[in-house]
Design a protein around this ligand. Structure first.
Ligand code: 5AD
Ligand code: FES
Length: 348
């Protein structure tokens, strides 16, 4: 089955479901995923400096620790100057992509956000700016793109309507989420979608639907991480997702999307001490360490026990270097744009 997946980059729904439901193929899956990733990206691991600039959020996603309804969270916002100084520090550490991520916070309107993006692009013209600001109107995405933003991360969270309803409040819709992703793509962003593994009520067939949606959207970036329970949410009694299934999903996705940029997520590193290294060995080729000021790190708590909340940016950078090298890869000081078919190192 894995040979055929390698050749055709696809399987039937039933085959995908059975591949995801057993540990029988785990070794072979990981080896194949790593081979495919090395064929396209070699040993390179791209780093993204993550700046979590606001933990205010108007939404109430049931799984998320910074949901509007969690009144125990101390809220913060970073100023333009604070964000720029994070970039400055990051640039010195070799980051050539900055990811600005926040809750859905209307305080950062288009005027403010476009100003921040264009100042970063003016100061660091060899860097890419990735935004992760949630759902906004198409005109807003366009204005941000025109100000210089290169990429946008918006996980679809689940492609199944019924499952989506159980994870989100009435005010949100899968239809709108998907429309945002299509708009971003049409505007010309490099787009990232993705989902959590092991979120409450998720079934294997939901994961198959997620993969089908990814095949339709063809995103440049795919974020996959385990769901991790947070005590301040209505899902406090649900278990977290497993490392094994997260890695299995990651490998299958690498085999189906040889060119995608796939992060070894912080959530993977949170559920296992070597989770990110394992993510790399299972097909991931990106890591996104935190560049936010240490004073606010703990406050951006989407899930519990998040790693790297006490370390300065430089400490994380060097720690990651050791981890990535130890896992047999190397960090590239590069914007790390997505490669398209013809640029592959070896034909895949
Ligand atoms: N566990 C793991 N990932 C989470 N996210 C939000 N809450 C959690 C959680 N409890 C993910 C979502 C979101 C991304 C920024 O973080 O998929 O899109
Ligand atoms: Fe942050 Fe290791 S990567 S401390």
């Amino acid at each position: 089955m894995i040979d055929r997946l390698l050749q055709t980059r696809d399987l039937s729904d039933g085959e995908l479901a059975s591949l995801l439901s057993t540990d029988e193929y785990d070794g072979e899956l990981a080896r194949s995923a790593d081979m495919v990733r090395r064929g396209v990206y070699g040993k390179d691991v791209y780093i993204r400096g993550l700046i979590e600039f606001s933990n205010y959020c108007k939404n109430d996603c049931l799984y998320c620790g910074i949901r509007h309804g969690n009144s125990t969270v101390k809220r913060y916002r970073l100023s333009s100057e604070q964000i720029l100084s994070c970039c400055e520090e990051g640039y010195g550490l070799g980051f050539r992509t900055f990811v600005l991520q926040g809750g859905e916070d209307p305080y950062y309107d288009d005027g403010l956000m476009c100003g921040i993006v264009s100042r970063i692009k003016d100061m660091f013209s060899d860097c890419a700016v990735t935004l992760s600001l949630g759902e906004r109107p198409r005109e807003s995405y366009q204005a941000l793109f025109d100000s210089g933003a290169d990429r946008y991360l918006l996980r679809h969270e689940t492609a199944d309507e019924g499952h989506y309803r159980r994870l989100h409040p009435e005010s949100m819709s899968l239809r709108n989420r998907k429309e945002c992703l299509w708009n971003l793509k049409e505007i010309g962003y490099q787009v990232g979608a993705g989902f959590m593994v092991g979120s409450p009520y998720q079934t294997i067939s939901n994961i198959v639907s997620d993969i089908r949606f990814l095949q339709e959207l063809r995103p440049d970036m795919i974020g996959i991480g385990p769901y991790i329970t947070h005590g301040g949410t209505p899902f406090r009694d649900f278990p977290s997702g497993s490392l094994e299934l997260s890695l299995r999903v990651l490998s299958v996705i690498r085999l189906m999307f040889p060119y995608a940029l796939i992060p070894a997520t912080t959530a993977l590193g949170t559920i296992a001490p070597d989770g990110r290294e394992q993510g790399l060995a299972h097909g991931a080729n990106v890591v996104m360490p935190n560049l936010s000021p240490v004073g606010v790190r703990k406050l951006y708590e989407l899930y519990e026990d998040k790693i790297c909340t006490g370390e300065e940016a430089a400490e994380c950078r060097f720690c990651l270097d050791r981890r990535v090298t130890g896992a047999g890869y190397g960090i590239a000081v590069d914007r790390g744009d997505v490669k398209r078919e013809r640029e592959a190192i070896m034909p895949v």
